[in-house]
Design a protein around this ligand. Structure first.
Ligand SMILES: Cc1cc2nc3c(=O)[nH]c(=O)nc-3n(C[C@H](O)[C@H](O)[C@H](O)COP(=O)(O)O)c2cc1C
Length: 425
C-alpha cells in the first residue's frame, strides 16, 4: 500500500488505498489494519492524517469501518463525562430553544444529571439576564461545578444570523457557561469561525458546540482552524429551525458524519425526534455520544411557554402529517430575514390549511393577529399562530417536571440498552 499526504484546508489528508485514517503518533491499544496500527481512542487532530476531505471521497472509504471505529463514541462519552462532571450517562441535553428554554429549565435539566441550555432571548441583552438568574439557581441547587469549578454547569445558545457578537461575548466572559451552542450562520463556516474565535477569547474554559444538519457543514466545521468541541447533528424531525429542504433524519446522517469526521476528536450529539428512551438508545446505536431534546422539554413545567402552546404539543400526534417546515408562521409573526437554508418545523393549524387553499397573505395576517389577541385560543387545530415543535410530538403525552423527564428518559434508555445487549448472548 502506498500512502501520500496532501494538505487541504489546513488538514493533512492521506491518499493511498482509498481507505485509511493513519495516526503518526499512536499511543495505547492499537488496532491492526492492513499492516498499520490504529489507536482505539480518538486522537488529537494534529496527530492524525485524513484520508479524504470531500463527501464524494468519503463515500469511497466506507469499507474502512470496523466495530472499533464505530464505537469511538464510547470514548467520546467518557470525554464528555469528564468535561461536564455533573452529567450522568447516557447524556441527555436540553436544547436551547429561543425564549422557551429559560434559566429554570436549563438548571432543572442539569440538576437531574443532564446538560441544560438556555435559548437565545427576545433581545441579545436578555441572555445576560437569564445567565444571572441561572447563576443564582445553580448556587442554590448544589450542582457540582465543571472540572475546575470555573464554569456554570449549563450552556447558552446563540443564533448567529441575527445575533450580536459583542453582547454575546460580554455575557459569556462574565458568566462563563460550560458551553455555548451556535446555530444558523448566514454565511456558513466563516461566520461560525468568527463567533468561535471571539467567544473562546472571551471565556477559554467555555466549550463550543455547533449545531449542523448536513455532512458538508460537519466537514467544514471539523476542517476549520476554529473546530468546535462538539457537533450537534440535527435531523429533519427536529422542532424549530433546521435545514429547509436538504435535511434527513439523524439515523442516517449521524453515522455518515461519524465516518467522515472519524479521527477529528469531535464528539457528536444527536438531535431531532427524540422524546423518550427508545430514541436515545437508537441515537447511541448509530454513534452519538449523547442526545439533545427540544420538543420534549416544551412539555416540561419549567418551559417558558404559554398554556395554549403547551397543550397543543401534548395533544398533537402523527408528526409527519401534522407538522410541517414552513416560513409561513415566521412571516405571520413579522419575523423576516432567516437565511434561505433554514426553516422551522411547526404543528399545523388554520393558517396553514388556508394558506394551502390559496388565501392571500394579507387575509391570513389579519386573522392571525386577531387570534393572537385571544390568548391561548391562538393555538390548537383551530388556532392560527406559530406552534414550533418537532415531528416527535406524538410521543409526548403529558407535562412533567424537567428533572423527571431527564431521569425517566435516561432510565428507559439504560434498560433498553441492557436488554438489547442480552440479544448477543
Ligand atoms: C420551539 C423550539 C425552538 C428552538 N429554538 C432554537 C434556537 O433558538 N436555537 C437552536 O440552536 N435550536 C433551536 N431549536 C432546535 C433545537 O436546538 C433542537 O435541534 C431540536 O429541538 C431537536 O429536535 P426535537 O425538537 O425533536 O427534540 C428549537 C427547537 C424548538 C422545538
Amino acid at each position: 500500500m502506498r500512502l501520500t499526504t496532501k494538505s487541504q484546508g489546513g488538514w493533512p489528508s492521506v491518499r493511498g488505498n482509498g481507505r485509511y485514517v493513519l495516526s503518526t503518533r499512536a499511543r495505547g491499544p492499537c488496532l491492526r489494519f492492513h499492516g498499520i496500527s490504529q489507536p482505539l481512542r480518538p486522537r488529537p487532530v494534529a496527530a492524525t492524517r485524513y484520508l479524504s476531505t470531500s463527501p464524494a471521497q468519503y463515500r469511497n472509504t466506507s469499507n474502512l469501518h470496523n466495530m472499533q471505529d464505530k464505537l469511538q463514541s464510547l470514548a467520546f462519552r467518557e470525554r464528555l463525562a469528564a468535561a461536564y462532571p455533573w452529567t450522568k450517562a447516557p447524556l441527555i441535553v436540553g436544547a436551547p430553544m429561543r425564549v422557551m428554554s429559560g434559566p429554570e429549565l436549563a438548571v432543572a435539566v442539569s440538576r437531574a444529571g443532564g446538560f441544560g441550555f438556555i435559548g437565545p432571548g427576545e433581545t441579545p441583552e436578555a441572555t445576560a439576564a437569564d445567565l444571572e438568574t441561572a447563576k443564582g439557581l445553580v448556587e442554590a441547587s448544589g450542582i457540582p461545578q465543571s472540572g475546575s469549578g470555573s464554569t456554570l454547569p449549563i450552556g447558552v445558545g446563540f443564533q448567529l444570523w441575527n445575533g450580536n457578537l459583542d453582547i454575546a461575548a460580554s455575557a459569556v466572559r462574565r458568566y462563563r457557561p460550560a458551553a455555548v451552542w451556535l446555530f444558523a450562520p448566514q454565511n456558513g463556516q466563516p461566520d461560525v469561525d468568527r463567533w468561535t474565535t471571539r467567544l473562546r477569547e472571551a471565556a477559554p474554559q467555555t466549550k463550543i458546540w455547533l449545531q449542523i444538519g448536513t455532512l458538508q457543514e460537519a466537514l467544514d466545521a471539523v476542517r476549520s482552524a476554529s473546530r468546535p468541541n462538539v457537533l450537534v447533528v440535527q435531523g429533519a424531525e427536529a422542532g424549530g429551525h433546521g435545514r429547509a429542504s436538504d435535511g434527513i433524519g439523524f439515523i442516517t446522517l449521524l453515522p455518515e458524519i461519524a465516518d467522515a469526521t472519524q479521527g477529528s476528536g469531535v464528539p457528536l450529539i444527536a438531535a431531532g425526534g427524540v422524546a423518550d428512551g427508545r430514541g436515545v438508545a437508537a441515537a447511541l446505536g448509530v454513534g452519538a455520544a449523547g442526545v439533545a431534546m427540544g420538543t420534549r422539554f416544551l412539555a416540561s413545567q419549567e418551559a417558558r411557554i404559554k398554556k395554549g402552546y403547551q397543550d397543543e404539543v401534548v395533544r398533537a400526534t402523527d408528526g409527519g402529517v401534522n407538522t410541517v417546515r414552513t416560513q409561513l408562521y415566521n412571516h405571520l409573526r413579522g419575523t423576516f430575514g432567516w437565511p434561505d437554508q433554514f426553516s422551522p418545523r411547526t404543528i399545523i393549524n388554520r393558517s396553514w390549511v388556508e394558506h394551502q387553499a390559496g388565501t392571500p397573505m394579507e387575509d391570513l395576517k389579519k386573522r392571525h393577529d386577531e387570534a393572537v389577541g385571544k390568548g391561548d385560543a391562538a393555538w390548537g387545530p383551530e388556532g392560527r399562530t406559530a406552534t414550533y415543535a418537532g415531528a416527535g410530538v406524538g410521543l409526548i403525552r403529558s407535562v412533567a417536571p424537567a428533572g423527571e423527564i431527564v431521569e425517566g428518559v435516561r432510565k428507559e434508555a439504560s434498560e433498553i440498552i441492557q436488554r438489547l445487549s442480552g440479544l448477543s448472548h
